[in-house]
Design a protein around this ligand. Sequence first.
Ligand code: ZN
Length: 343
Amino acid sequence: MSDLDDVKAEFLKTLDGAKAAGEAEKLRTDWLGRTGRLRKLTEDLGKLPVEQKKLRGKAINDLKVALEAAIDERLKSLSGVKAAPVDPIDVTIPGARPRYGRRHPVYATMDEIRHIFEKLGFEAAYGPEIETAYYNFEALNIPLDHPAAEPFDTYYLDDPDAASRPYRYLLRSHTSPAQMHVMESRKPPIRVVVPGKVFRTDPADASHLPVFHQCEGLMVDEGVTFADLKGVLAIAAKELFGAKTETRFRPSYFPFTEPSAEVDVTCLLCGGGGCPACKGSGWIEILGCGMVHPRVLEYAKIDPAKYTGFAFGMGVERVAMLKLGVPDIRHFIRNHPLFLRQW
Ligand SMILES: [Zn+2]
């Protein structure tokens, strides 16, 4: 069978000279195809005796398998690819989930507060973020040169010595100026809720930001009493923090309400039993409120002998921190995606 060995040697030499995949594939046709060299070798088989025919047939077949393998090996080395090609579409891989946007937790909370008061018959109203000193302070019974004005200190938009005082422009430091705009533009009965952005000269720390949000409420009508205020806020607190939430009113002072109160709700974490979050008291302060000061009604040209009203205001970030368990108010402005994606 030395002729077959010669054939093999010749083939391997030729294959070795193939420098591209196309050349190696052409050898497959030339040598192993229908009219190839190996086919010609089998043509003489019929003339051989049976025993020899069997042996030679097997030898030719073995040669064919060896040449096929040699071509495949050569193709692999020419393409430089050792592994089998990867199917470009794998339908079993989970799809890429698109990232949906969502409401910022502060704005979601502000909407929630507004909805609660809308259900109680309050209508949403909005005021300008740029105010005059008159609306931010004086019309709300806050004397500008009085210590009572200090917590409401804000950013002025013009010269501090401007002769135009008290009509200087500033960024509102609370949503209460919007109360005055509402009372000036419509007559009682008035029931409005005012969500919005406010500004203070507080440096940012774990519980303060120079820009934050408030939600203000105002109701003015004949015969409105402190009992109405207590009832509205007790219901709102249950809606906002859960049906088991209790409220507590503590006497306080605001220039624009008389009498005034701070409102606490039972601690969301311990339910009133006392824990580190509520400093052991079982209560957490959430808002300030009171009966609208008669002088404020007079500024708005509403007769305080005929009408009474109540007002309240809460910090939206503070409510969001309590509801969502956020320990530091600055997370709301850092806006890290991992933080925001929690809700
Ligand atoms: Zn607690």
